[in-house]
Design a protein around this ligand. Structure first.
Ligand code: NAD
Length: 489
């Protein structure tokens, strides 16, 4: 089956090149997909440009565009079970997480379906009589949307839904590791009635397929979610034509636990923060920072609970953690665990691959906890992006804040305390784009998401997530024109 979607048609690669997509739970090929060559990338950019410059979409009333997004949400709900299963098979996340992702994607489409109809244009109050000054919001143009492998459908929806709502056209490039649900979503967009050329899909490795998408002068904006190193490359590449850019990058997220927190709740959230989706989450609470008086008990209980986590085949309902996404990711995690050991951190649990039965064929790794960590260690300062958490200790609130902010990243963090004022104080002091108090991981389509410092530029979700895909234009109109009289000749 052809898997590239260009100008409203499914196409195969002219080169005939196809890439295997691997099931991380058993290493088997799920299916092979087309790899876009230079011809297909060129055709996709040309189609998006033509659809923006001459097509109906940018001029379609926003409320109509919103209705279409609502239809997409209906189709996603219709196919929920299949999509959830496919996301699980492709990424290795558990069946429960796969379905949760689909529900979240539906919420995002419904939110922007509603927001699309809200007119953001407004008049500016002008002191000069006879003048009308109006602020208009217009689509940015042709957008390249590039996504990572950990939340394929969710991340592309955070971009697609607002970009479509605001009348842009786009080229979508999912991760080569997990492209399958994005292919399905593009099919649903066509079924919902998105006009030809508005959404184009190309597949393949980032350097090869992604580079022209971020350098071509016909592209107006690049919205990228992925790793810090790739983000830097894309930012530099996009500078050549001064494109708008939005970057959602990595994180090294502190989870600060005060002695006055509810102990069981804090342990439970620390587990979820660190090990959900085997820790392959940009906002994973991989850096646990605990007040000294409860430190030893907290670490002991966390290690005990982490040892009980049921690592297993992701479609098996009893599994709580699936495999890592790829052999490369597994190799990287094993390297980091070795680094942790050599840096002198104490391994409290995990640090091994499960090898029982069928699990030996997949890229599984046990939840791993290191204590005795400090900020000079690479396992504390670098984004590991796997089921590996570190524990540091603090004595005062000020020290907890200093540690929490001592990272080049600034994506997310959490604070656990029963002292309401302290929770608010620490949340205010942390330089991270999202801070949870007595919780970990929840996000809302209505609330902006994004990173401070080297975790990114811009925000997704919320009203700001819509504004990212808009240009703002000032139209100044003199109602009764008269000569200005500057020049007399
Ligand atoms: P990655 O940077 O390796 O790849 C991301 C995407 O960029 C892929 O589609 C890839 O093909 C493409 N790409 C790679 N090189 C490119 C280039 N030169 N030009 C254009 N495109 C290129 O990231 P990954 O390993 O897929 O994902 C993991 C990373 O994503 C982690 O660092 C994680 O923190 C981050 N992430 C961030 C958020 C967030 O909201 N901030 C969400 C999810 C994941």
């Amino acid at each position: 089956m052809s898997s590239l979607f260009i100008a409203g048609h499914w196409r195969s690669s002219a080169s005939g090149l196809r890439d295997d997509v691997i099931n991380p739970a058993n290493g088997e090929v799920i299916e092979a997909v087309d790899r876009a060559g230079a011809d297909e990338v060129e055709a996709a950019i040309a189609a998006a440009r033509a659809a923006f410059d001459a097509g109906p979409w940018p001029k379609t009333p926003a409320a109509e565009r919103g209705k279409l997004l609502g239809r997409v949400a209906d189709l996603l709900e219709r196919d929920r079970a299949d999509l959830g299963r496919l996301e699980t098979t492709d990424t290795g996340k558990t069946a429960r997480e796969g379905l949760l992702d689909i529900d979240d994607v539906v919420s995002v489409f419904r939110y922007y379906a509603d927001l699309a109809g809200h007119d953001l244009d407004h008049d500016v109050l002008v002191p000069t009589p006879g003048v009308r000054s109006r602020i208009r919001h217009e689509p940015v143009g042709v957008c390249t949307l590039i996504t990572p492998w950990n939340y394929p459908l969710l991340q592309i929806s955070w971009k697609l839904a607002p970009a479509l709502a605001t009348g842009n056209t786009m080229i979508v490039k999912p991760s080569e590791v997990t492209p399958l649900t994005t292919i399905k979503l593009v099919g649903l967009l066509a079924e919902a009635g998105v006009p030809d050329g508005v959404v184009n899909l190309v597949l393949g490795p980032g350097g090869e397929v992604g580079t022209p998408l971020v350098t071509d002068p016909r592209v107006d904006m690049v919205s990228f979610t992925g790793g810090l190193a790739t983000g830097r490359t894309i930012m530099a590449a996009a500078a050549g034509t001064v494109k708008q850019i939005a970057l959602e990058l990595g994180g090294k997220n502190p989870n600060i636990v005060f002695a006055d927190s509810d102990f069981e709740t804090a342990v439970d959230h620390a587990l979820t923060g660190a090990f959900l989706h085997s820790g392959q989450v940009c906002s994973a609470g991989s850096r646990i920072i605990v007040e000294r008086s409860i430190h030893d008990d907290f670490v002991a209980e966390l290690a005990r609970r982490a040892d009980l986590v049921r690592v297993g085949y992701p479609l098996d309902e009893s599994s709580e953690c699936g495999p890592l996404v790829s052999q490369a990711q597994l190799d990287k995690i094993e390297r980091y665990v070795e680094i942790g050991r050599s840096e002198g951190a104490q391994l409290r649990c995990g640090g091994i691959r499960p090898t029982e039965g069928a699990l030996a064929r997949g890229f599984f790794y046990r939840p791993t906890l290191f204590s005795g960590c400090d900020r000079t260690m690479r396992i504390v300062s670098e984004e590991v992006f796997g089921p590996v958490a570190t524990v540091e200790v603090f004595d005062t609130e000020a020290e907890a804040i200093t540690l929490g902010n001592d990272t080049t990243y600034g994506l997310a963090g959490a604070v656990f305390t029963t002292d309401v004022e302290r929770g608010e104080r620490v949340a205010e002091a942390l330089r991270h784009g999202t801070v949870w108090i007595n919780d970990y991981h929840p996000y809302l389509p209505q609330a902006e998401w994004g990173g401070m410092k080297q975790s990114g530029i811009g925000r997704e979700l919320g009203v700001t997530g819509l504004l990212e895909y808009m240009e703002i234009k000032h139209v100044y109109r003199t109602i009764e024109p008269a000569p200005p009289g500057w020049f007399t000749g």
